[in-house]
Ligand binder design. Structure first.
Ligand code: FAD
Length: 509
């Protein structure tokens, strides 16, 4: 027998030949670097940015998918970390979230050992009924390494990590890479966006000095201004402030006062929270607040009163409206970065959303005219990512025992999306979490934050009860001993960073 399916006769590749990126912050240069490296000479990539306007100047804590992203682009990790003065990050320490004075850790990676039918938490919950009293986190390598401030790369990537990096240096690093791969940078202020009078698509960017930058596909990386996707194309915005009410932030950089910790701190206060991100050469700090409960001056004072180390820059105030652009890709324009929406950096997800958008653009790049089906697919996937992250962030505010301020009483009483209400109820009843459609946060992330915020399961999977008491004890002891052995053999994080990618001598511990 011979197989002879019909032979396709696709149209020859006809574009997009000209990709124009508006804006040169983290989003713009991440897009340029990735597309220039992926497409090479197939597309002509131009990036327009304005030094006079500048970038938002924050965005320094990341999550593990960035490690894979850098590998895809062939970026040498040590070189990248040296250039961005980066440190390693094993998770986030959440302090004062359930009640003031208590902390929990959201680590990257898994805890213990899962069974195919049930996560490790079920075995741990069963052990609790047998008198076991060792905390869940004791079975997590990344958590224990963070607690001991130790780090090293382990064989087979058994230690999950991300980076804490300097955002300005990151954009500069990506710029060098993108320009070496053929991206043309244009310095200038975009004064107007010209639409094609027939199709309604974007035809060109008009610069203040009269230059005109024409293109086939436009990527809007103009930050909160959203000059193309909203200013010109009116894609619409879904406001999520009724679920995530914080609307202001102030950032400040300070000198390091100790060796860098391998984790970011998120410290709740009575009307929001503060971040601390340790880099090699300095620390990033900021306060996020809800202006209905705390005004700017009081937030600034609180930030200045609590930061450690010399203040290196003037405080950078930022106002925002949490939500998502209704159409992330509209006509021949895709929003990437803050132009596509914003959620506070509680779980360091914005750079990740940039990365997801870029990978999707690269996968859905039109061969000729932009396909409405690609646009629909892109919008559905990108918005689902954003909604899943939104639910995860709301969890931190909703599930709290704090009632010590009007802000926390408001959060505890607020309605949450049905998708989140279902997850909380399911976990409370059964200890189960299901990950949906390539969702970013894994089961162990939900488990750690749910329990950290005080949502405690009332039952567990019966498969855990199958283990005899001695088998269960053996399992838990083996995990704990393996974690303790591995952590004991790790070097101090600061020393490892200095050896691996040190840009300067770290501050002594
Ligand atoms: P921007 O940095 O604002 O860049 C916009 C670009 O457009 C600039 O180059 C600007 O000059 C250009 N532009 C604008 N208008 C014009 C014009 N008319 N003509 C020419 N050029 C123009 N993300 C994380 O992943 N982790 C974090 O820890 C984190 N922390 C954050 C903390 C805060 C308080 C905020 C607000 C955000 C944080 N983010 C974080 C998000 C992160 O900062 C952004 O996702 C990231 O910096 C991308 O920003 P951007 O490139 O979209 O916008």
């Amino acid at each position: 027998m011979t197989w002879s399916p019909p032979t396709p006769q696709p149209a020859a590749f006809a574009g997009p030949r000209r990709i124009v990126i508006a804006g040169g912050g983290t989003a713009g240069w991440m897009t340029a670097a990735a597309l220039a490296r992926t497409l090479g000479a197939v597309a002509e990539i131009t990036l327009v940015e304005s030094e006079e306007i500048g970038t938002i100047g924050v965005g320094e804590s990341t999550i593990p998918p960035l490690v894979a992203y850098n590998r895809i682009l062939g970026i040498d990790e040590a070189e990248f970390m040296r250039a961005t003065q980066a440190t390693f990050k094993l998770g986030i320490s959440f302090e004062n979230w359930r009640v003031a004075g208590e902390s929990y850790f959201h680590s990257f990676g898994g805890t213990g050992r899962d069974h195919w039918s049930a996560g490790f938490q079920h075995f741990w919950l069963h052990a609790l009924t047998q008198g076991y009293d060792v905390p869940y986190g004791e079975h997590c390598l990344e958590l224990k390494a963070a607690e001991a401030a130790r780090f090293a790369h382990l064989p087979d990537d058994t230690m999950n990590y991300a980076y804490q990096l300097d955002s300005a240096r990151y954009a500069a690093f990506l710029r060098t890479m993108a320009e070496a791969d053929g991206t043309t940078r244009v310095e200038g202020r975009i004064a107007a966006v010209e639409l094609d009078t027939v199709s309604g698509d974007i035809a060109a960017l008009q610069l203040a000095d009269g230059r005109r930058i024409a293109g086939d596909l436009f990527i809007d990386c103009t930050g909160f201004r959203a000059l193309l996707i909203e200013g010109a194309l009116h894609a619409g915005y879904d406001d999520w402030t009724h679920w995530l009410p914080c609307d202001g932030a102030i950032a400040i950089q300070t000198g390091s006062v100790r060796a860098p910790l391998p984790y970011t701190r998120a410290i709740a206060h009575d009307a929001g929270w503060q971040w601390r991100i340790p880099l090699q050469h300095r620390q990033g700090n900021g306060i996020v607040y809800c202006s209905a409960y705390l005004d700017h001056d009081a937030a600034l004072q609180r930030l200045l009163d609590t930061v450690e180390g010399d203040k290196l820059v003037r405080p950078n105030p930022i106002r925002f409206r949490t939500g998502a652009r209704r159409r992330q890709w509209h006509r021949n324009c895709v929003a990437v970065g803050l132009s596509g929406g914003f959620m506070e950096p509680l779980e360091s997800t914005s750079i990740h959303l940039i990365q997801r958008a870029i990978l999707r653009i690269a996968r859905m790049l039109p061969a000729g005219r932009v396909s409405a089906r690609d646009i629909a697919e892109f919008n559905e996937q990108q918005l689902l990512d954003m909604e899943q992250i939104r639910d995860f962030l709301i969890l931190h505010y909703k599930a709290t025992d704090r009632r010590d301020s009007a802000f926390w009483r408001h959060c505890a009483a607020m309605e949450v999306p049905d998708t989140l209400a279902h997850r909380i109820a399911l976990f409370r009843e059964t200890g189960r979490v299901f990950r949906k459609n390539e969702e970013l946060f894994a089961e162990n992330s939900w488990v750690q934050v749910m329990m950290g915020q005080g949502i405690l399961p009332q039952s567990y999977h019966p498969v855990a009860a199958k283990l005899r008491k001695d088998e269960l004890e053996h399992l838990l002891r083996t995990v704990r001993e393996s974690v303790a052995r591995t952590v004991a053999a790790l070097p101090a994080h600061g020393d490892y960073v200095a050896r691996y990618c040190g840009a300067q001598q770290p501050v002594a511990a």
